[in-house]
Write a protein that binds this ligand. Structure first.
Ligand code: AHR
Length: 636
């Protein structure tokens, strides 16, 4: 009896639910596009990248160095990621030696005291890498280290790559010529027919008793564009697919540091690695500064991006600030020196320094950001600090566009940087944010933004929030000159993430793009140079669109976002141009908002390309629930 009643009730409930689902479908959207009515320009630099050392973005991420804690500075307690190796009856111990290092910048080193060792029973140290050491078959690895010994007879140093599980050596070489003075030694290792794996470590060992000092132990796999001291290939390829127009660096909080003494000091990040002292980053780990100022610029060069250079402006995260006026002058001068390093001819002091570092050609620079998120400076000093930088920089570089990190009084900034970290629903409600912004005021740089849903990387619900927001940015990109999602990168290993919801995830071997990443790829791959007249009537409150055109390419790009769970019909009325009867349709969609990509399921949600047939000046298109689509029309 109970079962029957329940079944009846349940059946009724299903009926009611089905009926309510059926009626909850949004009314058709009637979208009228005036293809012959350009409205405003789309900034050619709209889509770009924001980056900083966070979530092991460079060290343990994009920067391809395989040795972790290569200068033994990660911690003042112990020697993390390094272990003593004692084969057979060998005996050794290691500790940090504070009195000896290979340079002024690296004044300390690792001291290995080998009490007992011979050729068959070597002693040494091993490094476990950044959550492993990624090795691939038939690959070449280039390494180096600085070393000295207490006697010339301690060497040679055997350098090997060893499998963690089997203990098998997969590549090995010998470095001879060790002396009692610091010197750099280079080596090469080549793997054979091994299985790709990160379960490996690097060993440096000797077969004699004595003392060995080591520093700056480095090992690189093949890098993007074969750059020395370069970047991981898979991650660079993912970034290239985003067609970024610019790179905002070096932060973010990373620019500011927790304390003034821990700010990003660009002068300590240039030149040979041995001259870079490294520094603590605000994201709770030590930065190797292998990704220094010139490496950032090389990254720009590789991906044909323009640099958006942020200069330290006298505020650090723990609330310390430098008083405007005389106290700030050295920081202003430092920024001027930095601009000269980036843009100056080889006849200038800092341009010559750049040439010495291997890059005689000056870089083109348009945008310079003064600080980061200075609304946090409760002393209220930013207006004056900005003005001081502005006057000094404009006096020497009148054409540079100077970005303020918050609205300022007194001087009108060229550009103001706005940041948004929101939930998807907040973005849905705010897509018109810039529709009424005063076009006579400063331009806008949306220098950091993201829908923060899903971790470590965003889920599809976040991608919908992002896509909705991007339709609003495109519509307003006469005033929004640049926009960049943040953070960009995350090492998904335990302990790798300091900030939830990051665009691209990876471990030592592999990487993947989140649904939000693919939304970015779609938006930046299909964008015109001007917006077009358009209007929409009907449609649900989770339906968003953007229409841009490129007259030279004879393309119109219609972006559609249906963030509702149900289908959305769109009646498209095209006036002012005849479009080809077949159009390209690229779709990114999922069955639910929690759906996402992961390292083990990296392509669950990726753009799918199709053709739309029977396209005409009036046609009906139905979007599935939870979908982001681009229709590329050919104008005839
Ligand atoms: O993107 C993460 C952090 O968010 C940035 O470092 C900072 O600028 C913002 O608060």
């Amino acid at each position: 009896m109970f079962e029957k009643t329940f079944a009846k009730t349940a059946g009724l409930a299903i009926l009611v639910l089905t009926a309510s689902l059926a009626t909850s479908q949004a009314p058709p959207a009637v979208l009228t596009i005036h293809a012959d009515q350009p409205v405003s320009a789309v900034s050619p630099t709209l889509y770009g990248l924001m980056t900083e050392e966070i979530n092991f973005s460079y060290d343990g991420g994009l920067y391809a160095e395989m040795v972790r804690n290569r200068t033994f500075r990660d911690s003042w307690e112990g020697v993390p990621y390094w272990y003593v190796l004692e084969e057979g009856n060998a005996r050794a111990k290691m500790e940090i030696e504070h009195q000896s290092g290979p340079s002024e910048a690296l004044k300390s080193s690792l001291r290995l005291d080998v009490e007992q060792a011979d050729a068959k029973n070597p002693a040494g140290v091993l490094n476990v890498g950044w959550w492993g050491m990624p090795l691939r078959p038939g690959s070449s690895y280039k390494g180096s280290f600085y070393a000295k010994a207490d006697t010339g007879g301690l060497g040679p140093v055997t350098v090997s790559l060893v499998e963690d599980n089997s203990g098998k050596t997969v590549a090995t070489t010998r470095v001879d010529g060790l002396t009692t003075a610091w010197s750099q030694y280079e080596f090469a290792l080549k793997t054979g027919a091994i299985a790709p794996s990160a379960a490996n470590h690097l060993v440096l060992s000797v077969g004699h008793a004595g003392t060995l000092w080591l520093d700056l132990v480095s090992l690189f796999p093949p890098t993007y564009h074969d750059r020395v001291n370069g970047n991981r290939i898979d991650l660079m390829e993912k970034l290239a697919a985003m067609h970024p127009a610019f790179l905002r660096f070096p932060g973010g909080n990373y620019l500011e540091g927790d304390h003034i003494s821990e700010r990003y000091e660009w002068k300590k990040t240039i030149g040979p690695l041995v001259d870079r002292p490294t520094h603590p980053s605000p994201w709770r780990y030590h930065s190797s500064d292998g990704m220094g100022l010139l490496e950032f610029l090389g990254w720009c060069e590789d991906l044909k991006m323009q640099p958006v250079l942020a200069v330290y402006a006298g505020y650090s995260l723990m609330g310390e600030h430098v008083n405007p006026g005389a106290d700030l002058e050295p920081y202003v001068q430092d920024a001027l020196d930095e601009l000269e390093y980036v843009t100056g001819g080889t006849g200038t002091k800092w341009g010559a320094e750049r040439a010495k570092d291997g890059h005689p050609e000056a870089f083109k620079l348009t945008y310079v950001e003064i600080g980061n998120e200075d609304w946090f400076d409760k002393s209220g000093s930013y207006d004056e600090r900005y003005a001081q930088f502005y006057k000094a920089i404009k006096a020497k570089y009148p054409d540079l566009q100077l970005i303020a990190t918050t609205p300022v009084k007194g001087i009108r900034p060229d550009v103001v940087d706005d940041h948004y970290y929101l939930r998807a629903t907040q973005f849905f409600h705010d897509t018109t944010h810039y529709d009424k912004t005063d076009r006579g005021g400063p331009k806008i740089f949306v220098g950091e933004w993201a829908t923060r849903e899903g971790f470590p990387t965003p889920d599809f619900g976040a991608a919908l929030g992002d896509a909705a927001w991007m339709t609003g940015m495109e519509r307003n990109s006469d005033i929004i000159v640049m926009a960049s999602y943040a953070p960009l990168l995350v090492n998904v290993n335990p302990g790798g993430m300091q900030w939830e919801t990051d665009l691209i995830g990876y471990d030592a071997m592999k990487s993947y793009g989140s649904p939000s990443y693919y939304a970015q790829v779609l938006f930046s791959s299909y964008v015109g140079d001007h917006t077009l007249g358009s209007k929409v009537e009907g449609g649900g409150d989770k339906f968003f669109y953007s229409i841009t055109g490129n007259a030279a390419k004879k393309h119109l790009y219609l972006k559609l976002v249906n963030a509702a769970s149900t289908d959305q019909a769109v009646e498209i009325e095209m006036t002012g141009a005849k479009v080809a009867s077949t159009a390209k349709l690229v779709s990114l969609s999922a069955k639910d908002t929690q759906a996402t990509n992961t390292l083990t399921d990296p392509e669950r949600i990726v753009p799918v390309q199709n053709s739309l047939h029977d396209v005409s000046s009036h046609f009906r298109h139905t979007m599935p629930g939870y979908s982001i689509q681009v229709i590329e029309f050919d104008v005839q």
